[in-house]
Design a binder for this molecule. Structure first.
Ligand code: ADE
Ligand code: ZN
Length: 338
C-alpha cells in the first residue's frame, strides 16, 4: 500500500533542508528582476524558468548541482527575500504535518557576496515569528553551515560573528553544520573550526558526509569533529563496523533519498540502505535537502521511500519516533512531539 493519507498525516521532523534550496526557478527569475541581478548569459539553462527547471532534471553530480545552487544565491538580496523563502517553506511543511523543522543556511556564501549575516538572520527570524502565530504547534530552528569550498579562515570568521551576536546562546541558532562539496574535503581539514565551536559550548554539531564521500569520512567526522549527527551518511553501509557503532550510539543520519538519486549517488531509491538501517537499528530521518532543485518536498521523499520499500505502519512509526528523539529540541518539546 502507498499509505497516502497516513504518510501526509504522520507527524514529521525535518532536519536537512537548506533554505536556499527552496528557491524555485520561477522565484529565482522574479527576484532577479526585482533586485536587478543579471543571470549568466553564457548558459542556455538561464533562458527561462522552464529551461532552468529542465536543466535541474539532468544534474550529474553534487558539484554540478552546487554550481546552480550558488548562482541562485545571488538573487537573494534583502531580508524580505529570505523571509519569503523561509515562510513559504514553513507553510508547505506545515501542510505536510512537519511539527519540527531545523533549517540550514550557508552564511559565508552570502557574506562573501556582500549580504550581511544580520540581513540573513533577520529575514529568517521574521519568518519564524510569523510562523509562530500561524502554525503554533510547529517548532522552527536554524543551523548555520560552514561551506567547504571556501577557505577555513572564512569559516572561523562566520563562527565568530554568530558567537559575538550571542546567537548560539540565545537560541537564534541551535547548532552548527557543514555543507558544500565533499570530494577531497576530509574532516581533518576543519578540526580547528569544530574545536572552536566546542570550546564555545556548542554541542549540537553535524556535518554533511557520506553523500559522495566514503564511510571513512563519516567516521573521521565523528572522531575528529565530534559531530553527533551526520547529514546524508548513506555510504555508512559500506562499513559494517560503523553501522554497528551507529546502531549502538543512536547517532542520527539525516537521509535525503530523492536528492541522492538526482545527484546520481544511487540510480534509484531502492538502492539506498533503508531496509538495512531499519533492521540494524540505525536511527535516521527522511528529508528533502533542496526541494526546489530535486523536485520533491518532505512528503515527496516519504512517498518515494514507501514506493520503493513498502514499509509497514509500525516501521514508519519507528522512523517518526527516531526523528523526534534525534531532534535538537528540549526534552519538554520532545515529549509534546511523541
Ligand atoms: N548544500 C545544499 N545541498 C547540499 C548537499 N546535498 N550536499 C552538500 N552541500 C549541500
Ligand atoms: Zn544538504
Amino acid at each position: 500500500d502507498h499509505l497516502p493519507v497516513f504518510l501526509r498525516e504522520l507527524p514529521k521532523c525535518e532536519h536537512h533542508l537548506h533554505i536556499e534550496g527552496t528557491l524555485s526557478p520561477e522565484l529565482l527569475f522574479k527576484l532577479a528582476t526585482k533586485n536587478s541581478i543579471t543571470l549568466p548569459s553564457d548558459d542556455p539553462a538561464f533562458a527561462s524558468p522552464a529551461t532552468l527547471k529542465a536543466r535541474y532534471e539532468n544534474f550529474t553530480s553534487l558539484d554540478d548541482f552546487l554550481h546552480y545552487y550558488f548562482i541562485g544565491f545571488k538573487v537573494l538580496i534583502n531580508a524580505s527575500d529570505f523571509e519569503a523563502l523561509t515562510y513559504d517553506y514553513i507553510q508547505n511543511a506545515a501542510s505536510q504535518s512537519v511539527k519540527h523543522a531545523e533549517i540550514f543556511f550557508d552564511p559565508q556564501a552570502h557574506t562573501e557576496r556582500g549580504i550581511s549575516y544580520d540581513t540573513l538572520i533577520s529575514g529568517l527570524k521574521a519568518a519564524k515569528t510569523r510562523a509562530a502565530a500561524a502554525f503554533p504547534d510547529m517548532s522552527i530552528e536554524f543551523i548555520p553551515c560552514l561551506v567547504r569550498h571556501l577557505p577555513v579562515p572564512s569559516a572561523h570568521t562566520m563562527l565568530e560573528e554568530i558567537l559575538s551576536a550571542g546567537h548560539f546562546h540565545d537560541g537564534t541558532v541551535i547548532g552548527f553544520g557543514m555543507s558544500s562539496t565533499e570530494k577531497n574535503m576530509h574532516p581533518s581539514l576543519f578540526t580547528s573550526v569544530y574545536k572552536a565551536a566546542q570550546e564555545a559550548g556548542i554541542k549540537n554539531l553535524t556535518a554533511h558526509y557520506g553523500e559522495e564521500g566514503p564511510a571513512s569520512y563519516m567516521e573521521a567526522a565523528i572522531e575528529q569533529l565530534s559531530v553527533v549527527r551526520v547529514d546524508h551518511g548513506r555510504r555508512v553501509i559500506e562499513d559494517p563496523s560503523l553501522v554497528a557503532r551507529l546502531a549502538e550510539s543512536k547517532l542520527m543520519l539525516t537521509l535525503c533519498p530523492v536528492s541522492n538519486v538526482k545527484l546520481r549517488g544511487v540510480s534509484q531509491i531502492e538502492d539506498l540502505p533503508i531496509r538495512e538501517l531499519l533492521d540494524k537499528g540505525v536511527r535516521f530521518s527522511i528529508n528533502s535537502d533542496d526541494p526546489a532543485y530535486f523536485g520533491a518536498d518532505i512528503l515527496g521523499n516519504y512517498q518515494a521511500v514507501q514506493l520503493a520499500f513498502d514499509l509497514t505502519i509500525p516501521e514508519w512509526e519507528s522512523i517518526a519516533l527516531g526523528s523526534i528523539e534525534g531532534s535538537w529540541c528540549t526534552e519538554a518539546r520532545k515529549q509534546e512531539l511523541r
